[in-house]
Design a binder for this molecule. Structure first.
Ligand code: FES
Ligand code: FES
Length: 152
């Protein structure tokens, strides 16, 4: 069974038909071509699929697509563009925090949610904000430093 949903993604309203059992992650990647959001575990454990739903970080692999009807989703594609990077993206580059393509989009989105609410987070608050992201290359320090150094 499929349904038609309308929601805002990266500031633009879209209306799409989607099978009711699809996840938000699958909708973003397979219908809307927003492949910046990655699938790691697919079961809510790694944080790779993190997007913002009404400003809050969520694991898009755990959200059924019809649940976003009328709501606002932000993905890494809406953060900045090649010629106009978000300050977080610049800081990640400057601090060597861009490690692998699977983790970085989700890390950026959780960091974005944090600094939107709290522009000067402490180290502990940054650690807490990215605690749902599993990085197997153990490169958390550079990410924490990149978020600490952010200048909006
Ligand atoms: S893919 Fe969603 S939490 Fe791992
Ligand atoms: S950044 Fe992806 S495993 Fe470390």
């Amino acid at each position: 069974m499929a349904t038609v949903i309308k929601f805002k993604v990266n500031g633009r309203w879209v209306e799409v038909e989607v099978p009711c059992h699809w996840t938000l992650l699958r909708l973003l990647r397979e219908k809307l071509g927003l492949t910046g959001t990655k699938e790691g575990c697919g079961i809510g454990e790694c944080g790779a699929c993190t997007v913002l739903l009404d400003g809050m970080p969520v694991n898009s692999c755990l959200i059924l697509a019809p649940k976003v009807e009328g709501r606002e989703v932000q993905t890494v594609e809406g953060l900045g563009s090649r010629g106009d990077l978000h300050p977080l993206q610049k800081s990640f580059i400057d601090h060597g925090a861009v490690q692998c393509g699977f983790c970085t989009p989700g890390m950026l989105m959780s960091s974005r949610a944090l600094i939107d609410k709290n522009p000067n987070p402490t180290r502990e608050e940054i650690k807490d904000a990215i605690s749902g992201h599993l990085c197997r290359c153990t490169g958390y320090n550079q990410i924490i430093e990149a978020v600490e150094a952010i200048e909006e």
